[in-house]
Design a protein around this ligand. Structure first.
Ligand code: ADE
Length: 234
């Protein structure tokens, strides 16, 4: 039986899901509140981790060590790195990489964490297939699969966007996914990142982000809920 950890960086990314949680119990660990219960028939633990890779890593390790989750979903918004991914479209991760992990001067490729055997952390095949199916059922033609590039930076210039694309070949950029992916990977817990596009990660991002954040976050939460339902039906 699946026990699904659901992580969002900000309250706007998890509020809808928390409002639908049945038999909710709350446990505080450090700065984070973990909401256990049932969502669409699936046993889940929902948590807002805070922005950035450090928060995301702390949270994911607690989910693995203290809550015994056997699958993890990261839901939230992202900047698009692919002209085919429009505002409010959904990107399902194939894998995730840290675009600001740079040990290139010692001969490593951008993103490679010395000591680990992969440069990009692969998402679970089954979770991403199911996520794609449910997302397409909600809004046909508005879902893509691809790589997620993560860093402790809000990307809002064409120059930085171009550099991240050249370094990583990712389709979207955000601030937590690859940290969640790395912790899940080393704990051998299957994961997938679901992100809806709030902006184009270029000079228009500062204006678009506040305009589309809520709608994009709601789209992604709907896909996460549908995924939980699908996992419960298995
Ligand atoms: N999350 C949403 N949009 C983003 C952007 N442009 N850069 C980083 N994280 C984001």
């Amino acid at each position: 039986m699946t026990k699904l950890g659901i992580i969002g960086a900000m309250e706007i990314e998890v509020a809808i899901l928390k409002s639908k949680l049945e038999n909710a119990r709350v446990t505080r660990v450090g700065p984070m509140e973990f909401f256990e219960g049932t969502l669409a028939g699936c046993e889940v633990v929902i948590v807002m981790c805070g922005v950035g890779k450090v928060h995301a890593a702390m949270c994911t390790q607690v989910l693995c060590s203290s809550f015994g989750v056997n699958a993890i979903v990261n839901t939230g918004v992202a900047g698009s790195l692919d002209a085919q991914l429009d505002i409010c479209d959904v990107l399902i991760s194939t894998d995730a990489i840290q675009h600001d992990m740079d040990v290139t001067h010692l001969g490593y490729d951008v993103g490679k964490v010395p000591g680990l055997d992969v440069r990009a952390f692969p998402a679970d095949e089954k979770l991403r297939r199911l996520a794609f199916e449910v997302s397409e059922a909600i809004r046909p033609g508005h879902t893509k699969m691809g790589r997620v590039a993560t860093g402790d930076q809000f990307v809002s210039s064409q120059a930085l966007k171009n550099r991240i694309i050249a370094d990583t070949a990712a389709k979207c950029t955000e601030m937590e996914g690859a940290a969640i992916a790395q912790v899940a990977y080393v704990n051998q817990v299957p994961f997938v990142i679901l992100r809806a596009i709030s902006d184009k990660a270029d000079g228009s991002a500062e204006l678009d982000y506040p305009t589309f954040e809520r709608k994009a976050a709601a789209n992604c939460a709907a896909v996460t809920e549908a995924l939980a339902k699908k996992l419960a039906e298995e």
